[in-house]
Design a binder for this molecule. Structure first.
Ligand SMILES: N[C@@H](CCC(=O)N[C@@H](CS)C(=O)NCC(=O)O)C(=O)O
Length: 264
């Protein structure tokens, strides 16, 4: 697709040749050329997303790209064995990072999503400024749930601490149940970036709660309908590999936590 980009000459002068040469020297990577508009002139842009196969923040970007049909090269890295060049493009050495035109790195999933959303036609966020702001607040709320999920995966060493994290997650679902629409997605029937974000959160539940023999959505019918709609959305499905559940199980089993002995 054609990307319509509002880039000033100043922005395109902000070159980081050392980043470019370093990344491509170490990784031997290729890029895909994507034509886009700068003002009235046509020029080319390349996009390269550096990620991890099960990272929920990377999935947000991947879902947005699929929804907006944005073509991009993708390279997944191992987080337990990070390549040396990662901190040259990502100051916290985290993924996702989007490298634009081989030399301009952009980190932080929300920022990457905002950029890609702005430079392509249409938007995955509400036009109404207040509604957009509200959705962003509930995206921050999703990050809190991801915090409890990370605690379960990495830090909860016993049943009590695991239970506490589960209760915390269910308390968040209870509040979501009160504020979301009853029509499938967060705001009725239209899929927004916030839906992408929660699609990546709910995906964890099947594996994390499989041993509990209890439906985590049991008390939350609207949230259950929402997660069902998200699990059927093509972009959400395709944002991870077919064997995502097995990859997640393997990843959790490598941690020394209470849940790592229970998942299978
Ligand atoms: N706030 C960041 C969070 C990104 C993040 O935490 N990524 C994880 C993988 S899911 C990571 O790269 N972790 C590596 C590390 O912390 O060393 C974003 O939204 O992009």
């Amino acid at each position: 697709m054609l990307l319509s980009v509002r880039l000033s000459d100043q922005a395109s002068n902000n070159l980081m040749p050392t980043v470019h040469s370093t990344i491509y020297m170490y990784a031997g990577l290729t890029t895909r050329i994507i034509p886009f508009n700068v003002g009235i002139k046509m020029r080319q842009q390349t996009l390269h997303l550096f990620g991890h196969s099960i990272c929920p923040y990377v999935q947000r970007v991947a879902i947005l790209m699929k929804e907006k049909n944005i073509q991009c090269e993708r390279t997944d890295i191992e987080l337990h064995n990070k390549p040396q060049w990662l901190n040259k493009i990502s100051p916290l050495a985290k993924v996702p990072v989007l490298v634009i035109d081989d030399h301009i790195p952009l980190f932080e999933s929300q920022v990457i999503c905002d950029y890609l959303d702005e430079v392509t036609p249409g938007s995955l966020q509400p036009k109404d400024v207040l509604e957009k702001a509200q959705q962003r607040a509930w995206i921050a709320y999703a990050d809190e749930i991801l915090g409890s999920i990370a605690k379960i995966i990495y830090r909860d060493k016993n049943h009590e601490s695991f239970d506490e994290s589960c209760s915390n997650i269910f308390a968040h679902l209870k509040i979501l149940e009160q504020i979301i629409s009853a029509d499938g997605y967060f705001s009725a029937t239209r899929f927004y970036l916030i839906d992408a974000v929660y699609g990546t959160v709910f995906r964890y539940f099947k594996v994390l709660f499989s041993h509990l023999n209890q439906n985590p959505f049991h008390d939350f019918p609207k949230v259950e309908k929402w997660q069902q709609a998200l699990s059927e959305r093509k972009s959400v499905i395709e944002a991870v590999a077919n064997d995502y559940d097995q990859q997640l199980v393997k990843f959790i089993q490598k941690q020394n936590s209470y849940i790592s002995h229970l998942v299978s």
